[in-house]
Every structure is written in C-alpha cells, then in structure tokens.
Design a protein around this ligand. Structure first.
Ligand SMILES: C[S@@+](CC[C@H](N)C(=O)[O-])C[C@H]1O[C@@H](n2cnc3c(N)ncnc32)[C@H](O)[C@@H]1O
Length: 397
C-alpha cells in the first residue's frame, strides 16, 4: 500500500468548505484549506490512488485533482531560473512519462514575481526534456494544446513552488457531459452541487427550481438522487485513463464498481421556467442521463406558482434567478425577485430551505427580509467573472 500520498483538489473560490465535506466523506486525511495561500484549493492525503480515482469519478465539487510531487522555495528570487530548473530536473517524472507521452507544463502564480507564468513553463519544460534526454536518450513530445500529461508548477505569494501531476487533464470536472442545450447564462454543475449541499438535499425531499433555465440544478440533484457519479457520461474519456502510471483496465474496473452503486429510485424534483425554449433545452440535457421522465418539467411564470401548484409545498427551493445586468430595464428583473419571495410564502413548507445564487445581494436582502425570511448564510463565490453570492435562507416556524 502506498503511504501518505498527497493531492491537491481545486474548486471555485468560495465553495472550499463543501469540497472539504466531500473529502471527509471519502475518508481522506490531513485535509487543509487554501494551501500555500491559493484560494479555491484543498490539500489532502490518501492511502492509495484507487480511492482518489473513485473520488475523481464521483466528485461534485472539485474541478481538478493533482498528485502532489514536491514543493520548494525560490530562496533567491534573482536566481529563480536556476532553482526551478534544478528542482524540476530532479523531479521523478519517469513513472509518468515515456517517449510516446506528450506533456506540457502549466503554471499559475499568486502574487508578484519578476517573471510571468509562461517563463516558468519554459524553464520547467526544458528541465523535464533534459532529464529525459539524459536518462533515455530520447525526447518526450511536447504538446501544449492537448498533452497526455500535465505537470503543474505553480508559484505562490511567498515564492513557494508547488509541483504535481494533473490527474484531470484538459477538461475540468465541472463539465459533466450532459449539456446539449446551451442556456445563455448557465451555472456550473459544481456550483449547483454546492447549493444543493447547503440545503442538505436528499432524494426523499421535494425540490423545486422555478427558474431552471437549462436545468443545471435539477439535473445535479437527480444525479445525487440516483447516486450517479458526476463523470458518468465522460467515463471513457477520463484523462486518468491516458496516464502511463495507471493500468487502463484496472481503472475501468474501479469505475464499473462505482456504476453498480447507481440506484433506480423515485425522486421528487420539479423544474420550471417561463420560457419554453429553455425548458425544452433542459429536457434535452437530461436525456443522456435517462432522468428526463423522472424530473417534472413545466412552463410557468414564477408569479403564478401559487395557483399552478395549488396546495403543493416544497421542502427545498434551489434556484438561480436572472441577474438583470445587461438588460435595458433592470427594474423588471428586480420584480422577479419580489415575485419569488412573495411566492415562497405560498409554496415552501414550514422550515423549508432555500438556496439562491445571484450577484444581486441588495435585492435578495430587501425582499427576503421584506417578506419575513431570514438569511442564514451568505457565501461569496466567483462564478464566471461575477462576484456572486450563494444565499441560504430558511422558511419560518
Ligand atoms: C440565470 S438563468 C438560470 C440558468 C440555469 N441555472 C442554468 O444553469 O441553465 C435564469 C432563468 O430564469 C428564467 N426566468 C426569468 N424570469 C422568470 C419568471 N418570472 N418566472 C420563471 N422563470 C423566469 C429565465 O427564463 C432564465 O432561464
């Protein structure tokens, strides 16, 4: 058994706590938030790669996971090139590389340095090539676009250099593979999952997204309800299958085991939107997961839901209202927030839970308190380039 392998898991800035919850559920140890001053990252330890492969397949919050190889400090910043070259040259990349494995270095920096990220990528890349040339007398192919292996060499604010092997590759795990219809303002599956975690969603609960757009929140919830791994649709394309160190057949066996945990169960998820084109798109998005007959879709304006649902009440309402940022009349969008909170009083169970994602903090505050709700939690998240909040609100009584 491998001892104390270290990994770094990355997520959208602001939802690290949910990633930590997830890592704890996987029984990973020594979990540390924001290592080396990098926000949106969590360091953890695992006993073996198998558990981490399961985690990559299942995680709903993480964007990418890298196997942590080495850290070192740029003690003399003026000498950064030599230090990086020397350490990267000494990096044991041999079990990951061969003459057929194309590679690329990727660098992210936090803070100010007398160099750019691409300078680091050049120096580190040369060190990997030189080591390989000296040892194997061959040159590993470099592919900056779509490499088989991504070696991470990041530099933090205090000039710490963090090196690892990216186990996720080109396409971040927030992409699930179900999005056939592109809504003009979708949220990421990872953020939707964080919202659902906040409400403690489980399949027995009656959940509504009344402004569902392309359906991200209901789709993520349905995957949770049937215990489907987040990467189910990308199984054959997972980057980990391309990494030389791992045996493809063995990995597929592990993933098959995870698929056996999927359950064919009933759940109570409702998804609505006032625009039928979006709703049709949302249905399209659920087809590959075969949950389109189980989610209850409808077209209706939020202001009519009191009549539409008659006496039905929900345990959880999780939604992502329009932002009204690029529109001529934001006041019209503001009215949607008023209608939303007014309607909540009619369709939310006592002590029901609400999760909202929006950059419109002032509108949420005005109407939540205006209609007698209390905002229990407000989490800042960066969603695209927007400074957004996930609000957690609880119904009264
Ligand atoms: C930000 S988008 C939601 C995107 C969705 N979370 C996704 O990932 O695809 C907001 C949605 O609210 C819908 N909407 C706006 N006003 C509404 C209203 N009064 N009643 C119901 N839906 C409304 C819009 O049509 C739009 O699809």
């Amino acid at each position: 058994m491998d001892e104390n392998l270290k990994f770094i898991s990355t997520c959208a800035v602001g939802i690290e706590e949910f990633l930590i919850q997830e890592l704890k559920e996987f029984n990973f140890k020594n979990i540390k938030k924001e290592p080396f001053n990098f926000r949106g990252r969590v360091l953890f330890e695992a006993e073996n790669f198998e558990d981490v492969i399961r985690h990559i397949y299942r995680t709903r919050i993480s964007n990418r996971i890298w196997y942590f190889l080495k850290i070192f400090k740029l003690t003399e910043i003026s000498n950064w090139k030599d230090i990086i070259y020397e350490y990267i040259y000494s990096l044991d990349s041999d079990e990951f590389l061969d003459e057929y494995t194309s590679f690329a270095i990727r660098t992210k920096r936090r803070g100010k340095h007398p160099f750019y990220s691409y300078d680091v990528e050049k120096v580190a890349g040369q060190a990997v090539i030189d080591r390989f040339l000296n040892k194997k007398k061959k040159r590993p192919p470099v592919d900056l676009e779509n490499p088989d292996l991504i070696i991470r060499v990041d530099v933090s604010t205090d000039n710490t250099v963090i090196c690892g092997i990216d186990l996720v590759g080109y396409e971040s795990l927030h992409k699930r593979g179900y999005r056939k219809y592109e809504h003009p303002a979708p949220i990421k599956g990872t953020i939707a999952s964080a919202m659902l975690r906040l409400t403690e969603y489980e399949k027995e609960k009656h959940l509504l997204d009344p402004m569902a757009g392309g359906g991200t929140i209901p789709i993520e919830a349905s995957m949770m309800a049937i215990n489907m791994p987040s990467q189910f649709l990308k199984k054959q394309k997972l980057h980990i299958l391309k990494i030389k160190k791992f045996e493809r057949e063995k990995i597929l066996e592990i993933l098959d085991e995870e698929d056996k945990k999927i359950i064919d169960d009933t759940f109570f998820i409702y998804a609505g939107d006032k625009i039928d084109k979006h709703l049709e798109g949302a249905i399209e998005n659920t087809k590959s997961l075969r949950v389109h007959n189980k989610i209850r879709f409808y077209v209706e304006d939020i202001k009519n839901l009191k009549y539409f649902f008659k006496n039905k009440k929900f345990d959880i309402i999780a939604t992502n209202p329009p932002y009204g940022i690029k529109v001529a009349y934001p006041e019209e969008v503001k009215r949607v927030y008023r209608d939303f909170f007014k309607t909540l009083k009619e369709i939310l169970k006592d002590k029901g839970r609400i999760a909202l994602l929006t950059p419109r903090r002032d509108w949420v505050h005005e109407y939540a308190y205006g209609f007698g709700f209390e905002i229990k939690k407000e989490i800042k998240v960066y969603h695209g380039k927007l400074d957004t909040g996930i609000f957690f609100i609880e119904g009264k009584k």
